[in-house]
Design a protein around this ligand. Structure first.
Ligand SMILES: [Zn+2]
Length: 354
């Protein structure tokens, strides 16, 4: 029933210069969905109110970061630049020992993909507890939460009239209606410049996980996925870097997929180096992993939005991912992570294609 409306929606002006195919590819949906039945797991489906007031605002995020930095001696905050609208962009740093390997977690390049930031905040809080603090002896951790702060606040120079959420809107693009995750070669936008100039070029980083959300209707082996993962797929990536990405993915997969709520597919992604997964791996020799969580916090295209009833397990998925990878790096077990699952991990498909 959403077929006609859906196709109409994705050709709307607000997608700007992007064609339908690139929009779908960029959003993790392999092909135009054709039918939307009732799937398992809580969805939006037009019936549930999606209220974004339960998500941290930018100001609440900054306040929480400052609270944690005051509590945790190992945590330092750095302002790496400003958004189009002048919001300070933060880097949270745990730099225990320059000799340690370093991992960077990046969230919300797309402003409407916020549960990754919620999970990153939970992870930061957990590093202040006795149970998890010990990981810091073996790994340096960098976190850039909510890179697209203006989009996250719906404070943008274009219309969000048709967005679905109730309350504050959140948008993929930055205030200039640019997709930050297509700006990693030319680096025109202030948010992308802040990331490259003051994080990528300033710190020696070994691993990076770029955290996103995809549409709500992707499946693997007939079951809706909780998310999807992929390593760099450009031919220009160094073989050792690629192998590190696959090992990083192995740690994530083996931490998430066996859980009752976790079910991961292989993301269907392109080779463009304008995307951080590819571009950052090539430019800096960093082993990158893309992690796309299920369902977005807000969008004008209904099948991309996931009801807030799913927030709990998706936030947990981020926390488990960040916890498992930092532990595997800290104790060195990432070096022997079994990457053979990649040989059989099926590409996710759209539920609409069934
Ligand atoms: Zn995204």
């Amino acid at each position: 029933m959403r077929n006609q409306a859906g196709q109409k929606t994705i050709s709307r002006r607000s997608f700007g210069l992007l064609g339908v195919t690139s929009v779908l590819a960029a959003s993790g949906v392999a092909a135009a969905p054709s039918a939307f039945g009732v799937g398992e797991g809580p969805g939006y489906g037009g019936n549930e109110t999606v209220n974004t007031s339960i998500l941290h605002t930018y100001d609440e995020l900054v306040a929480e970061l400052k609270t944690q930095a005051a509590k945790q001696s190992a945590l330092e905050l750095e302002v790496i630049g400003q958004s189009v609208k002048g919001r300070d962009l933060y880097l949270a740093k745990y730099l225990s020992n320059p000799a340690n390997p370093t991992i960077l977690f990046l969230t919300q390049q797309h402003g409407n993909e916020q549960l990754t930031t919620e999970g990153a905040l939970e992870f930061i809080k957990s590093l202040g507890t006795g149970k998890n603090r010990s990981v810091l002896k073996g790994v340096n951790i960098l976190i850039v939460p909510m890179l697209n702060a203006d989009g996250a606040m719906g404070d943008v120079n274009f219309s969000l009239d048709n967005y679905i959420a109730k309350g504050r809107h959140l948008t993929r693009y930055n205030a200039n209606e640019v997709d930050l995750n297509r700006d990693h070669i030319v680096k025109v936008q202030p948010e992308t410049q802040a990331l490259h100039n003051n994080v990528m070029r300033k710190y020696k980083i070994d691993y990076m996980i770029d955290l996103h959300h995809q549409g709500a209707r992707s499946q693997r082996d007939g079951e809706l996925v909780s998310g999807s993962i992929l390593y760099p797929t450009t031919a220009n990536v160094d073989a050792t870097v690629l192998e590190g990405s696959k090992r990083l993915g192995a740690v994530v997969f083996h931490a998430i997929d066996p859980t009752g709520w976790g079910h991961l597919g292989r993301y269907v992604g392109g080779t463009a180096e304008t995307i951080s997964r590819n571009g950052i791996a090539v430019e800096y020799g960093i082993s990158t992993l893309l992690f796309e969580m299920r369902g977005m916090s807000d969008h004008e295209y209904e099948p991309y939005v996931l009801g807030q009833k799913s927030n709990g397990y998706l936030i947990k998925q981020t926390v488990v991912t960040l916890t498992a990878t930092t532990r595997a790096i800290a104790d060195g077990s990432i070096a022997t992570a079994d990457t053979s699952f990649w040989d059989t991990l099926a590409e996710q498909t759209s539920r609409g294609e069934e």
